[in-house]
Design a protein around this ligand. Structure first.
Ligand code: XLS
Ligand code: NI
Ligand code: NI
Length: 438
């Protein structure tokens, strides 16, 4: 891939839904105001550094199929060229944010000390690019899963030295996140889980993980970090069972360790479906506890059982996601990170740009349709009426916790005209289709 190919494509403009040019937005019109806010501020799109600038399409059966050396052979120069390409890509797409892991942005040194020095140099370099292009860091994270020392965990490793190295990497990446003005710091526990309980002290591992998160929180706050710490749940892959299984599990864990005030959830669509939930379910679960922080927008393949990280195309999914996000009051420190990659055979600069256009348009259209659902009002009204029995009589007493079990017993004996209303699912689905396709 070459930066000149991006410059040849030039800035992507909004041309409307009837336009047939491949390099144009059909639905994303960044400056358009919807519900009192610009589309770009509703959506807060972010580029994922790892898929976009690092991963070269290698899989378990095949070698890299896409070139991300950007014409450089010296390791540091190569990472500078990655950054140059990334910021130019954000520039032509009008993406204001990006997300990275420590290992994505700088080459590995001969030891931890040299690795950190190279990292510092690249943080400096990226800071300059940020200023030049007026871009912002959405969140940073430490990759504590790729290196073989993390094969049995990082914060849940049985080896205290590995725990210490993982902590050092988190410290370093928190420093960088603060320096680059990031508003989030993510923990995805790729290796925080187990393969078999025959060799695992699960209770100890979970306690160690809780302590690890507290150490990170305390350090970050001491350094003046005002953003959100985020847990990104995922049930499996690479480990058979990961501790941050889904949103409900992660929230339970945070509550137990008294971390609810500092942490929120970063919800990934494909992780939701791996956990056997819809993306909407995960978003709602977080929103109920005011824990909806940020999202990793992508999607899986119904026929495949792993994290395929497709760029989003499903408008039902993006509509219901944006509906949940709007209902939760929108993003504050979070945004929409495209934790997504092109298919292995889509390995040109054009493919990459088109993939981002597809993802951004899918979410822009989702936003428009979510607003249409809210303005239409029929779905919200139906749900409100459905629970109306809790607004008066015995229901009101239940709501206000003004009733005992004995009173409910007496009351139940007096019910003589019980009628449970229809849930009207198909009717509501037909409204959804009407809004989506009109
Ligand atoms: C992997 C995760 C990862 C996190 C960041 O499945 O989605 O990419 O987003 O570590
Ligand atoms: Ni992710
Ligand atoms: Ni993922």
């Amino acid at each position: 891939m070459k930066i000149e190919d991006l410059r040849k494509i030039g800035k992507i403009q909004y041309k409307g839904s009837k336009n047939k040019e491949k390099f144009s937005f059909k639905h994303y019109n960044p400056e358009e105001v919807i519900l009192g806010k610009k589309m770009k501020d509703h959506l807060k799109f972010a580029m994922s550094y790892w898929h976009t600038l690092v991963a070269e399409g290698a899989d378990m059966f095949g070698e890299p199929a896409s070139d991300k050396t950007f014409g450089e052979s010296d390791p540091l120069e190569q990472f500078k060229a990655k950054a140059d390409f990334g910021f130019e890509l954000m520039n032509i797409l009008g993406i204001d944010y990006y997300c990275f892991h420590d290992v994505d942005i700088a080459p590995k040194g001969k030891d931890l000390k040299e690795t950190f020095d190279l990292f510092d140099q690249m943080v400096e370099y990226i800071g300059e690019l940020q200023n030049k292009y007026h871009k912002n860091l959405l969140w940073g994270t430490a990759n504590n899963f790729t290196d073989k020392k993390f094969m049995v965990g990082a914060a849940t490793s049985p080896n205290a030295n590995v725990y210490a190295i993982a902590a050092a990497k988190v410290k370093k990446t928190i420093d960088a996140t603060i320096k680059l003005g990031g508003t989030g710091f993510v923990f995805w526990g790729g290796r925080e889980g187990y393969e078999t309980l025959l060799n695992t002290d699960m209770g100890k591992e979970l306690d160690n993980l809780g302590k690890f998160l507290k150490l990170a929180r305390d350090y970050g706050r001491k350094q003046g970090f005002k953003g959100d710490f985020l847990i990104e749940p995922k049930p499996m892959e690479p480990t058979k069972h990961q501790y941050d299984f889904d949103t409900a599990t992660a929230i339970g864990f945070l509550r137990k360790h008294d971390l609810m005030n500092d942490f929120k959830i970063n919800i990934e669509a494909n992780h939701a479906t791996l956990a056997g939930h819809t993306f909407q379910h995960e978003l709602r679960t977080a929103a109920i506890d005011n824990m909806l922080g940020s999202i990793d927008a992508n999607e899986g393949d119904v026929l495949l059982g792993w994290d395929t990280d497709h760029f989003p195309i499903n408008v039902y999914g993006s509509t219901m996601a944006m509906y949940e996000i709007l209902k939760a009051g929108g993003f504050k420190n979070g945004g929409i990170n495209f934790d997504a990659k092109t298919r292995r055979a889509s390995n040109t600069v054009e493919d990459l740009v088109i993939a981002y256009i597809l993802g951004m348009d899918t979410y822009a259209l989702g936003l428009r349709k979510a607003v249409a659902i809210i303005e239409d009002g029929r779905l919200d009204e139906f749900v409100e009426v459905r629970y109306d029995s809790f607004n008066h009589g015995i229901g009101k007493k239940i709501t206000n916790e003004e009733v005992t079990l004995e009173e409910l017993y007496q009351y139940a004996l007096s019910i003589d005209d019980l009628k449970v209303e229809s849930g009207r699912q198909e009717y509501l689905e037909s409204i959804l289709n009407q809004i989506l396709f009109s």
